[in-house]
Design a protein around this ligand. Structure first.
Ligand code: OXD
Length: 318
């Protein structure tokens, strides 16, 4: 029995050292040094090589090293019934909530303007007369952490989730802080939500149904002065539609952490756009400490016959 980590684009040295010191009993293998391949019964993957899963005959489950699982779900060699999990803990969700609160408040309170005024030695107090209204696309762990953080600041939040039935809201009911969170579903409700909020934030998982969800129709519904933020996946944003919509002032600005191509190509219009604020896909990054603990727990669960942590519903793709 062995645990494999394969994350070719990441330095996993510290992560591996943590797993080894926290769980010396685990036979940890680091791709490409897989050792005897038949031993590997659990693999934690991030942008893994395309032919890897085919070579692992004894897998009982796999997990994403992060919150997003589309790199696994979209792998045509992923066996149909193989359980898929994700490593997404409270630290990751708190970091995401922190990014969103910081970005929204900095924009709403217009700190850029105060920075400019300071340089001009001008003293011009101003504060908004009401808190911003937030529309939060995605009510999973990340969405709930963000909603909780905004709620602590008395900032009204409405959640959106795609379907009525299940999904990212597992565990929601034991969360008293969110018991009264208004949640809407369905495309018409999403358009209506876009029209009545100041900040429309996307932290949905990427599935066929959420691809290009931030599109021209949605932007046309947004009110002048409003802002769109995307921390989900770049493919959820129709970039051309955003550029056209910003030209019309609806939305008036975009706060983006994820992009269709990362990094966007040199000369991409987003780089120098005066109303787009970019960060390089770092709103929340799984820390080695959290990943090691979750990975060990997930592996122990799988070994005792339970689903991996953050088990994904393969049919809905999240
Ligand atoms: C993730 C990410 O999915 O970093 O964890 O985007």
């Amino acid at each position: 029995m062995a645990l494999l980590i394969a994350a070719p684009d990441r330095d996993i040295t510290t992560l591996a050292a943590r797993v080894r010191s926290q769980a010396p009993d685990i036979d940890l293998r680091l791709w490409p040094e897989t050792g005897r391949i038949e031993d590997i019964d659990f693999a934690v993957l991030w942008k893994h090589p395309p032919d890897l899963l085919d070579q692992l005959p004894a897998l009982r489950a796999v997990s994403s090293l992060g919150a997003g699982i589309e790199h696994l779900i979209n792998d045509p060699t992923l066996p149909d019934k193989l359980p898929v999990g994700r490593l997404s803990g409270p630290r990751l969700a708190a970091d995401m909530a922190g990014w969103l609160v910081a970005r929204v408040i900095a924009h709403w309170r217009d700190f850029d303007r105060f920075n400019a005024l300071q340089r001009q030695q001008r003293w011009e107090p101003w504060a908004p007369t009401r808190p911003p209204r937030i529309g939060l696309l995605g009510t999973g762990r990340m969405g709930r952490a963000a909603a909780r953080a905004f709620k602590a600041l008395e900032i009204p939040v409405t959640g959106y989730r795609r379907g009525q039935n299940r999904g990212l809201d597992r565990g929601e009911h034991d969360d008293d802080a969110l018991a009264d969170l208004e949640i809407v579903s369905g495309r018409p409700a999403l358009i209506e939500l876009a029209a009545r909020v100041d900040y429309l934030i996307c932290l949905l998982p990427l599935t066929p149904a959420t691809r290009s969800i931030l599109d021209a129709e949605l932007f046309a519904a947004m009110s002048p002065g409003s802002v769109v933020a995307n921390v989900g996946r770049g493919a959820q944003l129709d970039e051309d539609a955003l550029l056209a919509a910003l030209g019309r002032g609806r939305p008036a600005a975009a706060l983006l952490d994820v992009f269709a191509d990362e990094p966007p190509a040199p000369g991409h219009p987003f780089w120098g756009h005066p109303r787009i604020s970019m960060t390089p896909h770092c709103s929340a990054i799984t820390s080695d400490a959290e990943a090691a603990t979750l990975m060990i727990e997930s592996y122990r669960r799988v070994r005792s016959g339970l689903p991996p942590l953050g088990a994904v519903d393969r049919r809905s793709g999240y």
